[in-house]
Design a protein around this ligand. Structure first.
Ligand code: SF4
Ligand code: FES
Length: 360
C-alpha cells in the first residue's frame, strides 16, 4: 500500500529516569547514556520529521528532563514548526527550567501520576519524596500557563484511586486526563502478576470513566485506554502500524511503535544512517505490517479489519508467538480464552512483588 504521511513522532530522548515505575513500557535492555544521539542529530531529525508531514512531537523517555539539552531540543523542534508536548514525571524540572522551556516555545506538558497520595505514588514510582516534588512542579507548570494533561497509569494496586485522580485533574485545572490501564509491553511484562487488574476492577474503571465523562463534559477531556486482557476487541494500536506515527529511540533507531523491538524478525534503521523519509516509506520494519496484505484469518476477511488493523502486533508476538497473528484480545482469536485465563491467573496472584525498572 502507499503509506500516508505520519502525523506524530515520539522522541524517546533518553532511557535515564529518576523514577523506577514497574509499569514502564521501555525495553528491558535499555540503551546507555553513551549511545544517546547528539543535540544536533535530534534537531536534524525534527526538521526531517516536519518535512515528512509530522505535526506533533512528543518528547519522552525515560525522563526527558534528564537530558541537559532539553531546552535546546525544544527550541529546535519549534524552529522546525512542530507542536511540542513534554511527557514528564516533573522530577528534575525547576521553576527556572520551566520558564526556559516556555521561552523556547514548549506548547504542552503531560504529567505522569503514579498515585493520588505520597504513599501510593512514592511506592509505585520507587522514589521517596517524588510525589511532593511532582505536586510542586505541577503548580509551577500551571502557573507558567502551560496546557496540562495528567497521565494516570492505573493497575491492580492503584485502581481504587481512579475517582480521586480524576478529581485531582479538575483541581489542578488540567484540560485533559489520560486514564490508561497498564499495557503489558517492555518492562511492564515483568509485572503482569503484580499489576494485572481483576475483571471487576477493569469493569469498574470503565464505569467510573463513563460517569465522569458525562459529569465533566466541557470541563475535562478524559481519554481512556481500557484493560485489553479483559476486552473483547483489540485497540487500533498506534493508529495502525506505520500509518500515523513513529518512534525514535535514544540511540536513534526508528520504530513503528515503542514496543516493536520485542518482534524478533524486524530490522530497524537508524537516523544516523538513513533519511527519515526513506525509513518511513521504504523501511522493512514499517512495511512489515502496514495495511492489510500481511493479515491471516480471521482478520483477513473480517469486516473490522480497517477499524483495528488486527490489533497490536507486539501483543500478538507476546501471547501467540507470531506477530502476524490476530491480537489475542480479539474474541475471534483462537487464543482469546487463553488470554482471559492469563488475565484471571495474573490478577489473582497475591504473592507477586513489584519488579522496579532499572535506569541504564
Ligand atoms: Fe480486528 Fe482481526 Fe478481530 Fe476482526 S478478527 S475484530 S480485524 S482483530
Ligand atoms: Fe507495538 Fe501495539 S505496542 S503494535
Amino acid at each position: 500500500m502507499t503509506a500516508p504521511a505520519p502525523i506524530a513522532m515520539l522522541a524517546e530522548l533518553t532511557y535515564r529516569c529518576p523514577l523506577s515505575c514497574p509499569y514502564c513500557s521501555n525495553p528491558v535492555e535499555m540503551a546507555a547514556r553513551e549511545k544517546e544521539i547528539s543535540t544536533e542529530l535530534w534537531v536534524d531529525v525534527f526538521r526531517q520529521a516536519a518535512g515528512l508531514g509530522v505535526l506533533q512531537l512528543h518528547l519522552s523517555g525515560g525522563e526527558p528532563a534528564s537530558r541537559r539539552d532539553l531546552v535546546d531540543l525544544v527550541a529546535g523542534a519549534r524552529d522546525a514548526g512542530l507542536y511540542t508536548n513534554l511527557i514528564t514525571s516533573a522530577i528534575g524540572l525547576t521553576q527556572r527550567r520551566l520558564a526556559e522551556l516556555d521561552a523556547a516555545g514548549l506548547d504542552h506538558v503531560q504529567l505522569s501520576l503514579q498515585g493520588t497520595d505520597a504513599d501510593m505514588a512514592d511506592r509505585i514510582g520507587g522514589y521517596n519524596g517524588g510525589f511532593k516534588r511532582k505536586m510542586q512542579a505541577a503548580a509551577w507548570i500551571v502557573e507558567a500557563g502551560f496546557p496540562l494533561t495528567l497521565n494516570a497509569v492505573v493497575h491492580r494496586q492503584n485502581l481504587h484511586q481512579l475517582p480521586e485522580a480524576i478529581e485531582m485533574a479538575v483541581e489542578m485545572k488540567a484540560r485533559r486526563i489520560e486514564v490508561a490501564i497498564v499495557q503489558f509491553h517492555g518492562w511492564a511484562m515483568l509485572n503482569r502478576s503484580a499489576m494485572m487488574p481483576t475483571r471487576a476492577q477493569a469493569d469498574e474503571a470503565s464505569r467510573v470513566v463513563a460517569e465522569a465523562r458525562k459529569r465533566l463534559k466541557g470541563q475535562l477531556v478524559i481519554d481512556y485506554v481500557p484493560a485489553d486482557y479483559h476486552g473483547d476487541y483489540p485497540k487500533r494500536c498506534m493508529g495502525g502500524w506505520g500509518l500515523s506515527g513513529l518512534n525514535v529511540t535514544p540511540d536513534g533507531l526508528v520504530l513503528p511503535c515503542h514496543a516493536a523491538q520485542t518482534i524478533p524478525n524486524l530490522v530497524f534503521d537508524n537516523v544516523a544512517d538513513k533519511p527519515l523519509s526513506d525509513i518511513w516509506y521504504h523501511g522493512g520494519a514499517f512495511n512489515a505490517y502496514r495495511g492489510e496484505d500481511w493479515m491471516q484469518e480471521p482478520c483477513k476477511s473480517c469486516d473490522r479489519r480497517k477499524l483495528d488493523f488486527g490489533g497490536c502486533r507486539c501483543q500478538a508476538m507476546a501471547i501467540a508467538g507470531d506477530p502476524a497473528a490476530t491480537d489475542p484480545t480479539c474474541i475471534k482469536s483462537p487464543l482469546h480464552s487463553r488470554m482471559q485465563e492469563l488475565a484471571q491467573g495474573f490478577s489473582t496472584d497475591d504473592t507477586a512483588e513489584l519488579v522496579y525498572r532499572k535506569s541504564p
